[in-house]
Design a binder for this molecule. Sequence first.
Ligand SMILES: [Zn+2]
Length: 283
Amino acid sequence: MPELPEVEVTRLGLHPEVIGQCVTGFTVRQAILRWPVPCDIAPYLQGMQISATRRRGKYLLLELSRDAAIQGWLIFHLGMSGTLRIVQTDEPASVHDHVDLHLGVISVRLRDPRRFGAVLWHPFADGPIDQHRLFAKLGVEPLSAEFAGEQGAQHLYLGSRGRTVAIKQILLAGHVVVGVGNIYASESLFHARIHPLAQAGRIGLQRYRRLAQAIRETLLMAINRGGSSLRDFVASDGASGYFQLDCMVYGREHQPCRVCDAVIKQVRIGLRSSFFCPRCQHV
Ligand SMILES: [Zn+2]
C-alpha cells in the first residue's frame, strides 16, 4: 500500500513534468473508485494551468489556475494499489488505467487495480483546501516545520495527555500526526525504544523527543531511497512497485533483533500487525 513516502516521491517525480502545463483533456474510463470521479469537469478544466503540487497526508494535490488565479485543486489518493505516472498521451490504456489528466503530449495517468483510490475536484469557490472535509481532521504533517525538533515532541506529548490507548494506535489514527502508516509506525517506535502497546498518555516528553525524531528520520530515509529511483517510479510501467525498506522489526517476527539479538515479536493492535523487540522496546 502506498504510504506517505511513496506519495511524496510521486509528487516530487510529477512536479517538474507537470508544473506550468495546461490541461488539454480529462478522461475517465472508470468512475467508480472509492468515491465517484467527477466526470463532468473535463470542459471546465480545459486550458487551466497546473500552478503547484502539494501533498497533505497521503493525498496528492494539483493546484489549477487560470490567468494566475487559483481555480481549484484536483485531489488524488492512491488507495491500496494505485500509482500516478507520466505517460505519453497516445500510449494505450490498460484495464486498470482509470483516469488520465491530459497535458498535451503527456498525461498523468492513475492506475488502480483495486479501485480504493480517489480523484476529486475542489473548486476554489468552495473555500480553502485545508478546510476540505478530508483534511480538516488530519494531524500535523510529520515533515513540516511544525513537527521539527522540540515542536514535534511537544505536539506528540500534548496530543496524547489523558489518552489510555496504545501509542501505535495514536500514530495510525492520524489525528495527532498524519501519514505514519503501519510500517513506519513500527519502525519509528523501535528506533525510539517505545513498545507499541505503551499507553500514549503515560509516555513522557523525553521519550516523545526520540519518537518525533524517529518518525521524521524513518520517513525521510524512505523518501531519499525512493528519490534515487524516482525516475522509474513515475515513468515506468509499475513493475518497480513500492519501496522496499530494510526494516528493523516490521515483517521480521521470529527473526533476531538487529541490535540485541532478542527474537522479534508480533502483536495485533487494532486489527493491524505490530512488530517489536521485547528487549529494546519498553511500555
Ligand atoms: Zn532488540
